[in-house]
Design a protein around this ligand. Sequence first.
Ligand SMILES: Cc1cc2nc3c(=O)[nH]c(=O)nc-3n(C[C@H](O)[C@H](O)[C@H](O)COP(=O)(O)OP(=O)(O)OC[C@H]3O[C@@H](n4cnc5c(N)ncnc54)[C@H](O)[C@@H]3O)c2cc1C
Length: 379
Amino acid sequence: MATPDEAYRHELRAWLAEHLPDDLRGVRFSGAPTPEALATLRAWNGQLAEAGHAAPAWPSAWGGRDASVLEQRAHAEEMAAADAPGPINAIGIPNIAPAIMRFGTPEQQERHLRPLLRGDDIWCQGFSEPDAGSDLASLRTTARRDGDHYVVSGQKMWTTLATVADWCELLVRTDPEASPPQAGITALLVDMRSPGIEVRPLRTMTGSAEFGEVFFDEVRVPVSARLGEEHQGWRVATATLANERGGVAALHLSVRRRIDELIAEAHAAGATEAPAARHRLVELWAAGELLRLLADRAIARAAAGEPPGPESSIIKLAWSATGQQLGETALAVLGVGALDGRWAEALTEARSWSIAGGTSEVNRTIVAERVLGLPREDR
Ligand SMILES: Cc1cc2nc3c(=O)[nH]c(=O)nc-3n(C[C@H](O)[C@H](O)[C@H](O)COP(=O)(O)OP(=O)(O)OC[C@H]3O[C@@H](n4cnc5c(N)ncnc54)[C@H](O)[C@@H]3O)c2cc1C
């Protein structure tokens, strides 16, 4: 008899074979889609949600299927194998929704979770600021209380999807005197169409305006839109559900697919004769295999009910390094011609991977302290 994850794998594979149109294969949601592209991806996102395939790790009460970590892996692998676009809210589903499930009022949950799952509302995460990234607790965007509203002023930076977002999970400072500074932060659920919000797109070297800077000028946010208690925003920000581990462990799939594509392309182009080229390709392939083994180990730990260890940091480090190695290997093996083709993106986009979601330096510090037991760094 098939195990539950095998059964889910077969179910999803059959569903994708029946419902995923060929012209959607390989389509990715970028931060600056045309209205037509957005409509197409929204329609697909709605189909995924209705069939229970948008966020299998979510509780069934909110449209998920309470998927185990092995079922989450089956989901990630089948979606990658079919080259199917995932849901639009790539940040909202794993990060923002779990915080709403844990800290939100019943009204907030009712209002936000299903539209987020379906991609009807697009969410962004307003955490980083020009002077608050790794040291997020030093954030300065302020919210002062005025009756039953907060009045928000300040600036957020590097906000993915800001240019198309309907809602923002925003971290603000409600107590400038708090010590430690974490104790003076509050989380708000902000309607991005509120008067006083201005979004300026930031175009990266990939050519896409996937980020925005978001300016808040005396923006009035109802107190009822606060997520969690006042000054408890740090807890909200760090809230995660176990489902994130499935996400981290699935990171390797797209990189390994691209590694296989590069090897095939180099072979077809007759670029695999030179020993130096072969060495580069083998080193890259081995890095991809290491990534898969790290991911398997993380999945096995989670499936055995063991608490999360520092493996997320190790996988994040290996994933970003291998992503960057992929672009560099394409350039070395295929020559500058690679810059005109689809490898250009691998060379440019992957530069950001060692910054997003915790920089490599910060992740190395975590590994140094928690795995190697080195003395804590003075911060
Ligand atoms: C692709 C991408 C998507 C992003 N999306 C979002 C988003 O949606 N919402 C959002 O709020 N933010 C987002 N960010 C911002 C991201 O969270 C920050 O860029 C990240 O936290 C680093 O902060 P910073 O850029 O201010 O760099 P800094 O923290 O200023 O770091 C600068 C350099 O100093 C190093 N450094 C900092 N502190 C230490 C330390 N203690 N020890 C050793 N070295 C250190 C860093 O490693 C880095 O090399 C995104 C970033 C990227 C690249």
